[in-house]
Design a protein around this ligand. Structure first.
Ligand code: 13P
Length: 252
C-alpha cells in the first residue's frame, strides 16, 4: 500500500515573514494528517522553512541544475539543496519546460543529478491542451517518462515520485476530472510496470493542477492517485491542510 503524499509547490511566492506564518499555521494543524506532507518554497526561503518544520514535513526545491557545480550564474545545485535540508526536488515542472527550455533530456539529467545528491526527484509530466485535443496525451507522457527511464534506469523509480500535471489544469481553476486523471495515472503505472512491476506498484504518483479542498477527496479516491502536488492552494494553510486531510486511508 502506498502512503499518500501531498506536496505544496509555492512557486515564486512569499517572503520570510509570510513563509513563517504559513509554515506555523500548517504545523499547528498537521497532527491529524496521516499523509506525508511536503513543501517546496522558493530557493531563498528553504532555510527559513527547513528551520521550522522538523522531520514531520519534507522540504524540497522547485528545480536544480543538472551539473554538480560550475559557472552557472543564477542556478542552484542539488548539493546545496541537500545541504540546506531538502529531501526532495521537483524536476520537469511544465513552467520550467515551457518558460525555461527544459527539454526531456535535460529533465532526465536533472532527475539523475537529484538522486546523485541524495534527493528524491518529483518528476512532473503532462500534456498541453492542444496535445490532449489531438489525442496525443499518452504519447507525450510516454516520451517524458521514457527519457528518464532511458537515462537512469527503471531501478531509479524505487526512490522517486511522479506527478501528473496536465498543463491545461495548472493555475486555471479547471482540474482534470477524477476519471481523466485516473486514466493517465493508470497509464503511467502500466508503462513503468512493463519494465518492473514491483517498482511501478510501489511508486507514488501525484496529481497536480487546480487541486483544492473541494475536489481533492474525489481525486485522491482513485486507485492510482497517491496524493497531490498543490500550487495556489498550498499558500493558504487551511486549504492546504484540508487537502492533506482528504487523502484516502492507508495501511503500511
Ligand atoms: P495549481 O494548483 O495552482 O493549479 O498549480 C499546480 C502546480 O503547478 C503544482 O506544481
Amino acid at each position: 500500500m502506498r502512503r499518500p503524499l501531498v506536496v505544496g509547490n509555492w512557486k515564486m511566492h512569499g517572503t520570510q515573514a509570510s513563509a513563517r506564518a504559513l509554515v506555523n499555521a500548517v504545523l499547528a494543524g498537521i497532527s491529524g494528517v496521516s499523509a506525508d506532507v511536503g513543501m517546496c518554497p522558493p530557493f531563498a526561503l528553504i532555510p527559513v522553512v527547513a528551520d521550522l518544520v522538523g522531520p514531520r514535513v519534507w522540504v524540497g526545491g522547485q528545480d536544480l541544475h543538472e551539473q554538480e557545480a560550475g559557472a552557472f550564474t543564477g542556478e542552484t545545485s542539488g548539493v546545496l539543496l541537500k545541504d540546506l535540508g531538502c529531501r526532495c526536488v521537483i524536476v520537469g515542472h511544465s513552467e520550467r519546460r515551457t518558460l525555461y527550455g527544459d527539454t526531456d533530456t535535460r529533465v532526465a539529467e536533472k532527475f539523475r543529478r537529484a538522486q546523485a545528491c541524495g534527493l528524491t526527484p518529483i518528476l512532473c509530466v503532462g500534456e498541453t491542451l492542444s496535445e490532449r485535443e489531438a489525442g496525443s496525451t499518452e504519447g507525450v507522457i510516454a516520451r517524458q517518462l521514457d527519457a528518464v527511464v532511458d537515462c537512469s534506469g527503471i531501478g531509479a523509480f524505487a526512490d522517486a515520485i511522479v506527478a501528473y500535471e496536465p498543463v491545461w489544469a495548472i493555475g486555471t481553476g479547471r482540474n482534470a476530472s477524477a476519471r481523466q486523471a485516473q486514466l493517465v495515472h493508470g497509464f503511467i503505472r502500466g508503462r513503468l510496470a512493463r519494465r518492473d512491476a514491483g517498482i511501478a506498484d510501489r511508486l507514488r504518483i501525484l496529481y497536480g493542477g487546480s487541486v483544492k479542498a473541494a475536489n481533492a477527496g474525489e481525486l485522491f479516491a482513485e486507485p492510482d492517485i497517491d496524493g497531490g502536488l498543490i500550487g495556489g492552494a498550498s499558500l493558504k494553510a487551511d486549504e492546504f491542510l484540508a487537502i492533506c486531510g482528504a487523502v484516502r486511508a492507508w495501511t503500511s
